[in-house]
Design a protein around this ligand. Sequence first.
Ligand SMILES: NC(=O)c1ccc[n+]([C@@H]2O[C@H](COP(=O)([O-])OP(=O)(O)OC[C@H]3O[C@@H](n4cnc5c(N)ncnc54)[C@H](O)[C@@H]3O)[C@@H](O)[C@H]2O)c1
Length: 356
Amino acid sequence: MSGEKKLRIALIGCGNITSEHLAAFKEVPDAEIVAGCDIASKALALFRERTGLPETAVWTDWKKMLAEVKLDAVDICLPNHLHCAAALDAFAAGLHVFVEKPMALNAAECETMIAAAKQAGKKLAVGFQQEYNPATQLLVNARNNGFFGDLRYAHGLLLRRRGIPDYGVFHRRDCGGGPLMDIAVHLIDVMTYVMDRPEVERVSAVLFYGEGKNPCKVWCGFPNWNTREYDVEDLAAAQIKFRNGAVLQLTTSYVNHIHQDCVYEFDLTGSRGGAHWSPGGVPELFCDQFGAMMNLAPGWMPSQGRPEMFRRKLANFVDACRKGTVLCLPGEAGLYDQQILDAIFASAKAGREVVL
Ligand SMILES: NC(=O)c1ccc[n+]([C@@H]2O[C@H](COP(=O)([O-])OP(=O)(O)OC[C@H]3O[C@@H](n4cnc5c(N)ncnc54)[C@H](O)[C@@H]3O)[C@@H](O)[C@H]2O)c1
């Protein structure tokens, strides 16, 4: 395509996360949202209100939209179990694909999507965003400068006290819901990114079920989740051992008895230095220097807010499609994360460690 033309993009799935995508695309001059698809009329009405697009620009069947509308790319914001099907249809139509996280239901679906992208000669990007957080970049810079020495151990938490989504299908395992697929996947992604995505050797995990089946009896932000259909884990604890010797432990929950409403953070430690990370906070680095145990923190940080991370992640995709620049999060990154998730589920089901 010509260097001057904007990338013509359609949204597939116009639910909750759409507002952040549309706001971000407004700040990406080379992108133009030209159509949207959703099975819910309310979602389509909101999409039209936000974009100012006419009724002819909204669709309830993505196959029809792909056949009728002149597009360069799609942005898939569907429930997780539909990511793969929509991506394969988009590649068959000769389009680039941005797909929200998690990439798909399992590694086999991710591999099919990567193969389809290659066959179509199109880009496939996955929608994580903490790579675009300056706090994350600081840790990557520290790693690249040898600050940590040999990375030994990472410990991450993404815990909600009572945070089962009361919309969508995040409460259903067959739709790719649950805290592991929905939220811990962010943690796996950002922690392994900072650790340089080492090769996984073995995984062990335990999942706990049942609390979310009980109606909510306490005050909380989202008390009205679907207890009848709820069949995902309440809480999961996992340990991942990498071939380079490092170990990553993580715990995640939708329902759990903890002090705060939500905890989202990780710690990382190596032979020479360590670090603490949280998505909205100032990162801290720890080392021995000048005869003291030093705590280091940046004196100034650029914006870490979601609008900026979303703008950066979508701009990275648009640039890759238009100018052939490198994708920060290609399908292979989504596959790596998904392989860890698959191993976590396999270990919990088998009741023992699984070796990859
Ligand atoms: N990156 C992030 O931080 C972040 C945050 C929230 C959600 N997400 C991801 O975004 C995706 C969507 O999440 P959400 O919160 O917007 O969920 P949602 O339930 O609000 O939106 C999903 C939309 O898809 C529509 N849909 C369902 N089946 C469809 C079909 N066959 N054809 C067309 N439309 C269909 C639904 O009507 C709904 O409007 C998920 O993959 C989720 O994990 C990412």
